[in-house]
Design a protein around this ligand. Structure first.
Ligand code: ZN
Length: 178
């Protein structure tokens, strides 16, 4: 790689890392999505976030995405993400960030707390890519929702059409996926 090219590449990597830190991403996301060294990322993180990154494992389970309210938030994000990646040729991680900002904006407009973090959003896309989760069309409303990988689409009904009995009224009011 020429010097100019490598300097440009590096500044793009730093830009991406900073954007992810600002969105609240965990250090593991930065390690996975940039070529910058761990020490470099750690310094950047402290500088941008003003604190040390939290230690501990990333959430590795698919279960969270299938529980009622998180599922609706995850589905909303994934619909935006899929739309963006189909409509343009941006890199996956850039599509994740862009979709996440749009998701946050939508939550703000609905005066709702964004349940999905950028780290979870990033994991969700990986789970979909690895066929550990899928998108299934609701047989009632036609919206597309995050589901088990081998969900039976014929009988599948989403959490908006059939919220659990214990669900508080209004907690998903305003969210539409169709
Ligand atoms: Zn539905």
């Amino acid at each position: 790689m020429s010097t100019v090219k490598s300097v440009l590449n590096e500044s793009r990597q730093i830009e991406r890392a900073v954007a992810l830190i600002k969105l609240g991403a965990r250090l593991q996301v930065l390690e996975s999505e940039t070529d910058l060294s761990y020490e470099r990322l750690l310094r950047l993180y402290k500088e941008v976030a003003g604190k040390s990154p939290s230690k501990g494992q990333l959430p590795f389970s698919t279960d969270w995405f299938l529980t009622w309210q998180p599922n609706i938030h995850s589905s909303l994000f994934l619909n935006i993400y899929e739309y963006l990646s189909k409509a343009s040729s941006i890199e996956d991680i850039d599509a994740v960030m862009k979709a996440y900002r749009l998701y946050e904006e939508q939550m703000k407009a609905l005066e709702m707390e964004p349940l999905l973090s950028i780290t979870r959003a990033w994991r969700l896309v990986k789970f979909i890519d690895n066929n550990m989760l899928a998108m299934t069309r609701c047989s009632k409303c036609g919206g597309h929702f995050v589901s088990e990988a081998h969900e039976n689409a014929r009988n599948y009904v989403c959490g908006l059409c059939e919220p659990p009995a214990r669900a508080g009224k209004g907690s998903t009011a305003g969210i539409q996926l169709h």
